[in-house]
Design a protein around this ligand. Sequence first.
Ligand code: PXP
Length: 238
Amino acid sequence: MKRLGVNIDHVATLRNARGEKHPNPVFAAKFAKKSGADSITIHLREDRRHIRDIDAKQICAIKKLLINLEVSTNTSMINTALKIKPNYVCIVPENRKEITTEGGLNLKKNKKQLKIIIQKFKKKNIRTSLFINPSIEDIKISKQVGSDCVEIHTGKLANFIKSKKKFSKELIRIKKCSILGNKLGLEIHAGHGLDYKTTRMLSKIKEITEFNIGHFIIGESIFFGLSKVIKKFKKLIK
Ligand code: PXP
């Protein structure tokens, strides 16, 4: 059974645009769960451009709701995550000027640091995931540094498909990484830039057990409502 993680960062983006309290990300987290989301993803960015510390704390305190907190490797972000204690953590690269996460982590360069960070989370019983590019080498390093899961960056595939470019090589790359990761005992997740079409395509890869989707879900909800959109995704990945 594949799971759907709903990223609600953009509920906070909308709230922050007005500088008031509506729409409330805490309500969005509860509502998404009620609509069928298996977990809620929030990205606490270093510049706090959408989700803020208070949102993360309140969302992680909601009972019976699985929270996947995305953070960078910055020491202060790791310490904040350890204090907030989400169920899951996904370590992502972060660049201040980027509009959204642009690619996977540089695992080769940060191997030692990642190993230490993962151990810290494991000691607190927090499931760890690394956001990686679809590369065989990165799958192997993810295993070596002790991660529980990897989230494969699907942004490149999504962009190829949206711009009607050839995408089969990228899809094969994702499939091969998923198969190897699964063989090595890693849980395989996928995320970034996904919509109905790309999610349907990737859901055929049986090794992928979780999708984390944000921008498209929130955007589509403007027209069709959050509940309907979540239900449609759930049906599609079944
Ligand atoms: N997974 C990770 C690790 C991300 O950083 C993001 C974007 O915050 C997503 C998934 C969701 O991407 P999108 O908003 O494009 O669906």
